[in-house]
Write a protein that binds this ligand. Structure first.
Ligand code: NCD
Length: 305
C-alpha cells in the first residue's frame, strides 16, 4: 500500500505516468466516470481549506466514488482529545482512501503509519503540500509542454509557504532549472532548502525586489503571506503587502511568462492582472482536479482500459 507524503514519493517516471493519466482525464472525462464506483474518500481537514478539500471531493465524485469527512478540527473528535493515530484507525474502517490536512508538521505521516488505507498529505503545517505541487507541475507541463530548462521566480512568504517548499523539492529533479527567490529578509526560504540546492549544484539567487528580475522569468509563483504561522500580528501587518503584482510590473515580464499562485490570494496579485493571458492561477485550479483524480486511481491501483 502506498501513501503520498512528499512529491518525492514518486519517481520522475512515475510522475510522468501520473501526468499522462491526468491529461487523458482532461480529454476523456467520461471514460473515468465510474472508475471508483463503490469507493469512498475521507477528507480529514484539521485546518481551513477551500480548494484542496473541494478539489479532492470533486475528483472523487468525477470518478463515480463518494466522499465523507470533516472540514475543521472543532467538529471532529480531535476537539475531545482524540489522537490522529486513533482517528485514522477509525477512518480506515469507513473509507478506502484518506486526504488529511493538519497544522502540525508530520501529522499525516503519523496517520499513514497507523492506517490500513492510502493516506495523502493535503498540507502539514509549514512543511509540505505535495498535491499542490502535483497541480503546479501538471499546469507547467500542460501549458509549456515540459518541466525542464526554466527560470522560475518564487515570490512572497518563502519561509512558511509549504507549497513553495514542496515545489522546490520536486523541480530540482528536472535538468536546467534555475530558481530566483524573491522575499523580504524575514521571509526567506529556509536554510535546509538552500543547503540542499548548494549540495545538488542547482543555481539560485535571493533578491528582495521583484521588478529587477521580472524580465528573466519563465514562471512567477506568487504566494500569500501565511498569517496563521506568524507569532505576532504586528510582523504580519508589516509584511503582508510587501509585494503586489500589478499591470505595471507585468509589463516588465516576458510575453510568454506565466503567473502561478496556489491560491487563496489576498493582496499580492492585483485583480487587474486576472485579465492578462499570462495569469494562469485559475487554470491551475482546474489542473488540480485532474491530477487528484489521477492520484486517487493510482493509489487505489485501479486501471481503466
Ligand atoms: C495553499 C496552502 O494551503 O498551503 N493553499 C492551497 O492549498 N491551494 C496556499 C496558502 O494557503 O497560501
Amino acid at each position: 500500500m502506498r501513501h503520498l507524503m512528499s512529491p518525492l514519493d514518486f519517481t520522475v517516471e512515475e510522475l510522468d505516468r501520473l501526468f499522462d493519466l491526468a491529461s487523458d482525464m482532461e480529454q476523456n472525462m467520461g471514460k473515468y466516470a465510474h472508475a471508483c464506483k463503490g469507493k469512498k474518500l475521507a477528507t480529514c481537514f484539521y485546518e481551513p481549506s477551500t480548494r484542496t478539500r473541494l478539489s479532492f471531493e470533486s475528483a472523487m465524485l468525477n470518478l463515480g466514488g463518494s466522499v465523507i469527512g470533516f472540514s475543521d478540527a472543532g467538529s471532529s473528535s480531535a476537539s475531545k482529545g482524540e489522537s490522529v493515530s486513533d482517528t485514522i484507525r477509525v477512518i480506515s474502517c469507513f473509507a478506502d482512501i484518506c486526504a488529511m490536512r493538519h497544522p502540525k508538521e508530520g501529522a499525516p505521516m503519523v496517520a499513514a503509519e497507523k492506517a490500513s488505507i492510502p493516506v495523502i498529505n493535503a498540507g502539514d503545517g509549514g512543511h509540505q503540500h505535495p498535491t499542490q505541487t502535483l497541480t503546479d507541475l501538471l499546469t507547467i507541463r500542460s501549458l509549456r509542454g515540459r518541466l525542464d530548462h526554466f527560470t522560475i521566480g518564487l515570490c512572497g512568504d518563502l519561509k512558511f509557504g509549504r507549497t513553495v517548499h514542496s515545489l522546490i523539492h520536486a523541480l530540482v529533479r528536472y535538468p536546467g532549472i534555475r530558481f530566483i527567490f524573491i522575499s523580504p529578509e524575514e521571509l526567506k526560504v529556509p536554510d535546509y532548502i538552500t543547503e540542499m540546492l548548494r549540495e545538488k549544484d542547482i543555481p539560485f539567487e535571493e533578491v528582495i525586489r521583484l521588478e529587477e528580475i521580472m524580465p528573466q522569468l519563465d514562471f512567477l509563483y506568487m504566494t500569500r503571506v501565511q498569517r496563521e504561522r506568524f507569532f505576532n500580528e504586528e510582523d504580519y501587518v508589516r509584511l503582508k503587502d510587501f509585494y503586489i503584482l500589478n499591470k505595471e510590473k507585468m509589463n516588465l515580464a516576458k510575453e510568454n511568462m506565466l503567473v502561478l499562485h496556489p491560491l487563496p490570494r489576498v493582496n499580492e496579485i492585483s485583480v487587474d492582472v486576472d485579465e492578462d493571458p499570462r495569469a494562469a492561477y485559475f487554470r491551475q485550479v482546474q489542473y488540480g482536479v485532474y491530477v487528484r483524480m489521477a492520484l486517487i486511481l493510482t493509489l487505489l491501483e485501479i486501471e481503466v482500459k
